[in-house]
Design a protein around this ligand. Structure first.
Ligand SMILES: [Ca+2]
Ligand SMILES: [Ca+2]
Length: 373
């Protein structure tokens, strides 16, 4: 509060000084940055100079002046010092997933990796086709003689042998006791004519008898032949029975009899030519069925051995025309469905399956032998 009166006095003094040295009636206005009141001086009068006023008493306090105009904006001060680093903020929430970027360029080729361990063996492949028949090998040297085998079982009883020679007459035995009287036999043959006796005494003349029938002069010889034929017939029947039994024996178990034919196997296996040759050497030929009964007999042998056989039928000469070994066209067949198919153009021989059906097959294959006799 004391500042305002001081300033006022100071301002009045300035006005006096100005008045003495400057132009009259001139108002002096001046802003004092430290003053808060505007002082206006009036023009000087033509009177005596006033005293300096120092002896004056302090005047009454003036009224509070009105607020001065806003001062000019000061210039920007220098930047302040950098404050201390703030506390590290918490981790923000993850942002939204960005869109997929473009495919980058191919990278440089990497260094080759180390060689891996060998993998496990794969499964076996399918069985390959049967290879062609190899060439016949050189005959081997004769081996060492083996040890004597065990005594075999007694063989099957043979067929009855031929009738032996008549034995010598035995000694006459003692006379037996008389037996019971037998039945009356049929009339015996007329005996031979006896020797002529000595003439008897002449008898009386008899009466003339009736004329007799004509005699049967050769009857005795015919009857003799008949008996001989009858005997031979009996022997023939016995022989036939014996022969039939003999055939059954020799065809057990590897053969079959159909009518006059006998089908037999020896168990040998070989290609068509080999089988054909063996049957021929044995006095027969490769089995050539001409009807269902004969095919059944062969089928039974096939089933017994559970091995297919080649039969004496082929189309080697003309493809598709099957013939017997003698060149005659076949009169019977028992083909499997869709056979013969001449597979790969190389099936000219005929095998009998274990089902009894036929299939054309390559002649080089090995099959069981069955001959017919
Ligand atoms: Ca063929
Ligand atoms: Ca075939």
């Amino acid at each position: 509060m004391l500042l305002l009166p001081i300033l006022t006095i100071f301002a009045l003094e300035i006005c006096v000084l100005k008045t003495s040295n400057a132009i009259p009636n001139q108002s002096v206005q001046k802003w004092d940055p430290n003053a808060c009141t505007l002082i206006v001086c009036g023009p000087a009068q033509n009177g005596l100079p006033g005293r300096d006023g120092r002896d004056g008493k302090e005047g009454p306090k003036g009224e509070k002046g009105s607020q001065g105009l806003q001062g000019l904006k000061g210039s920007q001060g220098p930047p302040g010092k950098m404050g201390p680093a703030g506390v590290v903020g918490g981790k923000g929430s993850p942002g939204e997933k960005g869109s997929k970027g473009d495919i980058g360029g191919r990278g440089l080729q990497g260094v080759p990796g180390l060689k891996g361990d060998p993998g496990n063996a794969g499964p076996s492949g399918p069985k390959g086709d049967k290879g062609p028949l190899g060439e016949k090998g050189v005959k081997g040297e004769r081996g060492l003689q083996g040890t004597t085998g065990q005594e075999g079982k007694p063989g099957i009883a043979g067929a009855p042998g031929p009738k032996g020679d008549k034995g010598s007459v035995g000694e006459k035995g003692a006379k037996g006791s008389n037996g019971d009287r037998g039945l009356q036999g049929s009339s015996g043959l007329q005996g031979l004519k006896g020797q002529i006796g000595s003439p008897g005494p002449k008898g009386d003349k008899g009466s003339i008898g009736e004329k007799g029938t004509k005699g049967d002069s050769g009857l005795s010889e015919i009857n003799l032949v008949k008996r001989q034929v009858s005997t031979l017939e009996g022997q023939l029947r016995a022989l036939q029975s014996s022969f039939s039994k003999y055939k059954q024996v020799i065809t057990f178990p590897n053969g079959r009899i159909v009518g006059e034919k006998i089908f037999m196997t020896s168990g040998y296996e070989g290609n068509f030519e080999s089988l054909k040759q063996r049957c021929s050497q044995a006095g027969g030929q490769l089995a050539s069925p001409r009807n269902a009964a004969e095919n059944t007999a062969i089928h039974q042998i096939v089933a017994l051995y559970n091995k297919p056989v080649f039969i004496g039928i082929n189309d080697i000469q003309t493809e598709g025309r099957f013939k017997y070994l003698n060149g005659e066209n076949i009169v019977y067949s028992n083909w499997e469905p869709r056979e013969p198919n001449n597979d790969k153009g190389a099936e000219d021989c005929v095998e009998v399956y274990t089902s009894g059906k036929w299939n054309d097959k390559s002649c080089g294959e090995r099959r069981l032998i069955v001959c017919e006799f």
